[in-house]
Write a protein that binds this ligand. Structure first.
Ligand code: NAD
Ligand code: UD1
Length: 337
């Protein structure tokens, strides 16, 4: 199987490339390196003892992308390429719509041209907005409040329309909850360019002494300890979810556009996460409780039953293991790649 991975040099993409190579797939990465380092792929090759076909390019260049797809006889695509900072999307929405929405349209055109009609898309639990019910199932209503979330929801709608118009398309829309952790080797992991927005890399950098202390955004939520609750999913479990989605697309069971939650089903509070990280690292994590962050919800965790039933996939690793692996990556690579 020849798989194109757009954005494959990034955090989730690199872990997915590794799992695919370990299953003997032929992996081809197309990435403009706007938020990644090609060293991740060199390390993936080392771990897998196998090669990745890499091309530095922007998915919005439909001509180049089409020739990459046809010259490598691609069978299916996993589409990670996109921008993911909520704050930046608020200050520069056009950049987000251009990259995430126009980029996906360019990819769809290139795939149509090359008659490749199997696609796995990286969506996000952000499309559920403020959930009415927990855990969140795929049938829950969608709504978003920032351009990043809008770009994901728009792409979901475009993909649903594409599959409706042409029954040859098979599309698995994966809604990730909170990806965290790193490969257990400590060789590949999350490498944020600036001060991290997400909690796990922030806590790791506090533990290693790069950042002074964590600000906990809100201690007065209607949750068991007052801090925000999320569904943290180990990046290796997440990567395996993509393999399960590809197997599904290649089966006779697949039809049209289907959404799947990729999460553990278990909510973890910020205070519980800190405790788990302190245990894994043996370090004290100083923190202050400050005002809530605008746009945050109190609690968000998945009902992953559909992915379990239809894809045969289930997250295996818990928050302790996520913290251990995040810490190993942080200690081995204090300045990233
Ligand atoms: P990442 O930034 O590490 O990876 C994205 C990759 O895409 C990077 O390597 C970047 O260089 C590349 N890229 C961006 N725009 C491109 C373009 N126009 N052409 C070619 N390459 C381009 O992010 P990640 O955490 O690995 O996330 C992967 C995908 O999953 C993204 O679409 C993101 O929105 C989605 N997602 C991520 C999270 C998360 O918490 N990390 C949660 C939900 C959904
Ligand atoms: C955030 C984004 C979401 C995106 C996801 C993955 C916002 C509002 N939401 O989700 O759209 O899909 O990242 O990239 O930005 N926290 C702290 N202190 C910190 C950082 C976070 O207390 O310094 C808390 C948050 O309030 C939240 C939890 O930790 O309760 C997780 O935060 P984060 O890692 O940023 O993920 P989300 O907010 O779930």
């Amino acid at each position: 199987m020849n798989v194109l991975i757009t954005g494959g040099a990034g955090y989730i993409g690199s872990h997915t490339c590794l799992e695919l190579l370990l299953k003997k797939a032929n992996v081809f990465v197309y990435d403009n390196l706007s938020n990644s380092n090609v060293k991740s792929l060199v390390l993936v090759e080392e771990l897998a003892r196998n090669k990745v076909g890499f091309y530095k390019g922007d998915i919005r260049n439909c001509y180049e992308l089409s020739s990459f797809i046809s010259s490598n006889m691609i069978d299916c695509v996993v589409h990670f390429a996109g921008l993911k900072s909520v704050g930046e999307s608020n200050s520069d929405p056009v950049k987000y719509y251009d990259n995430n929405v126009s980029g996906t349209i360019s990819l769809l055109k290139a795939m149509e041209r090359c008659k490749v009609k199997k696609l796995v898309f990286s969506s996000s639990a952000t499309v559920y907005g403020t959930p009415n019910e927990l855990p969140i199932s795929e049938a829950a209503p969608t709504s978003t409040i920032n351009p990043y979330g809008q770009s994901k929801l728009l792409v979901e709608k475009i993909l649903a329309d594409v599959a409706k118009a042409d029954s040859d398309w098979k599309i698995a829309n994966l809604r990730y909850f909170n990806p965290a952790g790193a490969h257990p080797s400590g060789l590949i992991g999350e490498d944020p360019k600036d001060i991290p927005n997400n909690i796990m890399p922030y806590v790791s950098q506090v533990a290693v002494g790069k950042l002074e202390k964590l600000s906990i955004f809100g201690g007065d939520y209607n949750t068991p300890d007052g801090t925000g609750v999320r569904d943290y999913i180990h990046v290796t479990d997440l990567a395996k979810g993509h393999l399960a989605a590809l197997n599904y697309l290649n089966s006779s069971q697949a039809c049209g556009f289907s959404s799947f939650n990729l999460g553990t089903g278990k909510g973890v509070s910020v205070l519980e996460l800190i405790k788990a990280f302190e245990k894994a690292s043996g370090k004290n994590i100083p923190f202050d409780i400050v005002a809530r962050r605008q746009g945050d919800v109190a609690a968000c965790y998945a009902d992953p039953t559909k992915a379990n039933k239809v894809l045969g996939w289930k997250a295996e690793l818990d928050i302790e293991r996520i913290c251990q692996d995040a810490w190993r990556w942080q200690v081995n690579n204090p300045t990233g790649y």
